[in-house]
Ligand binder design. Structure first.
Ligand code: IFM
Length: 445
């Protein structure tokens, strides 16, 4: 069961909700550039206005308070704070986050900032982006600036959101900004993201500062017991989970994953001492879970985000799916949490994202999103079971507070528990928001 200190929250990210991309000195990010590329985003959508949270944050915080949220996970846009990715602070950008943080604290809502949720300053990409080691150093510098400004009000820091996506969707498949298709660069990016996390953790950790990272993890199972299927599951688990968990929690890359990746690149970019820094960096771990993965061996090579693993295909588990086409299986979350407890040293865990997009219908009396309520209810039951088995799970942030810009899918998929009418910016709490408020009020299901 959930203890009284359990942190009940909701999450968002800067580029997905803020808008105001050219205001108060913000510099361009890789997502501004990518979104302006014809064909990159469905419907040609961009984050230029999004949910206009930059201007409407007081109302949005009031909404959070009305729901009884205890924590709010948001991200800071690096290009608001350092418009070129290095050098002096843009005070107006920093002030926005100071006002947001203070408004949250006034309402008794714990600010839970993430320093990087994918909006890299474009000038840093022009100098090589995450495949370049210098970007990790710049990230630590930026982290130190933010910590200096907000460290008196923020206790729990998340460095990166889902470095797997930044590295492999951004640099291998080209489906995310900056849209590069260079598997070797993606592998270097993955290491430099982890290094940037480690350096940032050194810069901000202190008596009152707890440092975490958020990973998108999944529960991987093979379709059967054929060696090819077992190998497919090992490879995908390696690329999606262990490539990040092992350096962070054991201080070493897994040998089998290094062997798989050697088909793509060497590891000269991993310097002596890097893994020591990465491995000593976590006070807590953020887990983003949406769906399990069922995989099979394949005889046809495919190019995917799982570089170094071409002979793998994702199989159909036959379960109902969300509007993203993701299979719904809350048992995958339970298995994942138990696995983290069994395979890695104990570290406090937080579900930093969990939620679902469905084709919501706005009716005269609201948005009756029963599918989302069922999804959240099932996954929270898995959380409760995991806690019962001794998993040190300390909090849960639903993704997302608001409908928002879903990256290359644009504004089509709606993940919010609060509906946003993008034409009027009117917010309507869905049934799931009311249901979640009641869960929080009761302290559980
Ligand atoms: O919207 C994203 C978020 O930015 C990162 N995690 C997954 C969510 C749903 O795709």
């Amino acid at each position: 069961m959930f203890d009284p200190g359990f942190l009940w929250g909701a999450a968002t990210s800067s580029y997905q909700i803020e808008g105001a991309v050219a205001e108060d000195g913000r510099g361009p990010s890789i997502w501004d550039t990518f979104a302006a590329t014809p064909g990159a985003i469905q419907g040609g959508d961009t984050g230029a206005v999004a949910a206009d949270h930059y201007h409407r944050f007081p109302g949005d915080v009031a909404l959070m308070a009305g729901l009884g949220l205890r924590g709010y996970r948001f991200s800071l846009a690096w290009p608001r704070i350092q418009p070129t990715g290095s050098g002096a602070v843009n005070q107006r950008g920093l002030d926005f986050y100071r006002r947001l943080t203070d408004t949250l604290l006034d309402q008794g809502i714990q600010p839970w900032p993430t320093l990087y949720h994918w909006d890299l300053p474009q000038p840093l990409e022009d100098r090589g982006g995450w495949p370049a080691r210098d970007t990790a150093e710049r990230f630590a510098e930026y982290a130190a600036l933010v910590h200096e400004a907000l460290g008196d009000r923020v206790t729990h820091w998340t460095t990166l959101n889902e470095p797997w996506c930044s590295a492999f969707l951004g640099y291998a498949t080209g489906r995310h900004a900056p849209g590069r298709r260079d598997p070797a660069a993606a592998v270097r990016a993955a290491h430099h993201l982890l290094l940037g996390h480690g350096l940032a953790a050194e810069a901000i950790r202190g008596d009152d500062s707890h440092v975490g990272i958020t990973l998108n993890l999944t529960h991987v199972t093979p379709v059967g017991t054929e060696p090819a299927d077992l190998d497919a599951a090992r490879r995908i688990d390696g690329m999606q989970n262990r490539l990040f968990l092992d350096p962070l929690l054991r201080g070493a890359y897994p040998d089998d994953v290094l062997a798989d990746l050697r088909e793509v690149t060497g590891f000269g970019h991993v310097h002596d001492g890097d893994l020591k820094r990465i491995g000593a960096s976590l006070d807590h771990l953020g887990v983003n879970y949406y769906a399990p993965m069922l995989v099979a061996g394949s005889s046809t090579p495919t190019q995917s985000a799982y570089v170094g693993s071409p002979l793998v295909r994702v199989a159909d588990g036959g379960r109902p799916r969300t509007a993203m086409g993701w299979e719904i299986d809350e048992r995958g979350l339970l298995e994942l949490l138990l696995r983290l407890k069994d395979d890695y040293p104990a570290v406090p865990l937080y579900i930093t994202e969990n939620g679902a997009a469905f084709d919501d219908v706005v009716e005269h009396d609201g948005v009756h999103d029963a599918h989302r309520v069922a999804y959240l209810d099932g996954h929270l039951r898995s959380c409760a079971q995991a806690i019962g088995h001794g998993v040190p799970l300390k909090g849960y942030f639903v993704w997302s507070l608001l409908d928002n810009f879903e990256w290359s899918f644009g504004y089509g998929p709606r993940f919010g528990i609060v509906h946003v009418d993008y034409a009027t910016q009117h917010r309507t709490p869905k049934d799931s928001a009311r249901w979640y408020a009641e869960v929080i009020r009761r302290g559980g299901l």
